[in-house]
Write a protein that binds this ligand. Sequence first.
Ligand SMILES: [Zn+2]
Length: 223
Amino acid sequence: MESIASRRSSTTMKPERQSPASPVGVSQAHLPITNDMDLDKIAKGVRLILEGIGEDPNREGLIETPSRVARMYQELLYGLNRDPAAEINCQFNEDTDELILVRDIPFSSICEHHMVPFIGVAHVGYVPENGRITGISKLARVVEVSSRRLQVQERMTTEIANALMKQLTPRGAIVVLSAEHLCMSIRGVRKPGCQTVTSAVRGIFKTSKALRNEAFALINSKN
Ligand SMILES: [Zn+2]
């Protein structure tokens, strides 16, 4: 197993740097919006928060805020009840059994404990089974759907790895997430700049230390 892995060459694909609001493969114009959210209810809740903190919800600057925030949540959380694996909706065959890794996929998600964002990058890789591959943008779409819900980073990492294994049944998958949690930066312990790193490995990445090391080296390399 180790010798197979050590002979591997690798394909690393680094997406163009884009703003977190427009992750690779997902143009803002095509962001799906879930329609089954109760926007009125969210707006009422925001109004209550404004009242609760002692604001005047009727002053000019705040009058539209509840409905604006409701629409914002509709956008930020559109991935709720969507299956990230369904984003891998195309597969084709290529004569390769090498590591395929998309690095530095920007994402922003919402921490379910505090409902403030955590923002970072995802690195998603797999080794195909029998040359069965998917479009590289599909990996970014899996990250996107998994991030657009109330989340914890640990679960998001697992969800992405499981989505790959379920839909593509590769020989193995590796997912590494690195993110700054605003609930830790701006409140509580107040330590801005901390990166929380989580990883999930499946299949051959579990058994082959050489392959795992190769993936981590590529993730950490500068180019
Ligand atoms: Zn939090």
